[in-house]
Design a protein around this ligand. Sequence first.
Ligand SMILES: Nc1ncnc2c1ncn2[C@@H]1O[C@H](COP(=O)(O)OP(=O)(O)O)[C@@H](O)[C@H]1O
Ligand SMILES: [Mg+2]
Length: 243
Amino acid sequence: MANPIISTKYLSAGYDETTVLDDVSIDIYENEITVVLGVSGCGKTTLLKNLIGLMRPTKGMIEILGHDMVYIQEHEYNRLMKNVGVLFQGGALLNSIPISYNVAIPLEQHTNIPDYLIQEIVRLKLSLVGLGHAYNYLPSQLSGGMRKRAALARAIALDPAILFADEPTAGLDPVTASSLDNLMLTLREQMGMTLVIVTHELSSIRRVADKIIYLDKGKVLFSGKLDEALESEIPEVKNFFSV
Ligand SMILES: Nc1ncnc2c1ncn2[C@@H]1O[C@H](COP(=O)(O)OP(=O)(O)O)[C@@H](O)[C@H]1O
Ligand SMILES: [Mg+2]
């Protein structure tokens, strides 16, 4: 089997005295969509924060695209993060500027691409997420689903190899959610991206997931192919897929 593009070994992490992740060892492979599952509070967001270097683990190792995330130096980290897109819970757009400017931010910060080309790239990314018409809109002029898509356009502005998305379809209506799922599939199929998605939506999971990682109280209860997860006899996993 190919080498994993993201890998953790015996990863433990938490806040102050509380341990949230306990001995988490996972492998995530290139050009696959891996869905991270588990009940609220089990540590999914904490796992993402550790993977992208926003938190330091208390124990264990994390490797992304061949970089050791625990001992990484700042300049190497900044370079690596150009290749990693992140779509946070909530989207976090800057509200006082049009979405075109929001999407342009990573291009302005991380590249020397001239302005007129940045504008072209922004147009491309916005039309990819179905917001070609909304170039000049402020975030407040967009619906929840459109804001999510604008945040996605910003997350993929630099054509990252890896995209992390924390509950990207939470709170969206089923039609908007399914169009976002299709976008995720497009990113994998046409742009060769590797995606790591936290989601609870069963319909989304069935549509997009190649692999499932099921977390329970900070431990990996199941890790494997979607088909295997659907057939799993592990009570929590079985229960999740049979509701
Ligand atoms: N900034 C924080 N400070 C202290 N505890 C936190 C913080 N963020 C999350 N936690 C706790 O860590 C646990 C896991 O949270 P989280 O990773 O956000 O779960 P999930 O994303 O699976 O719902 C929860 O018990 C939560 O209360
Ligand atoms: Mg969370």
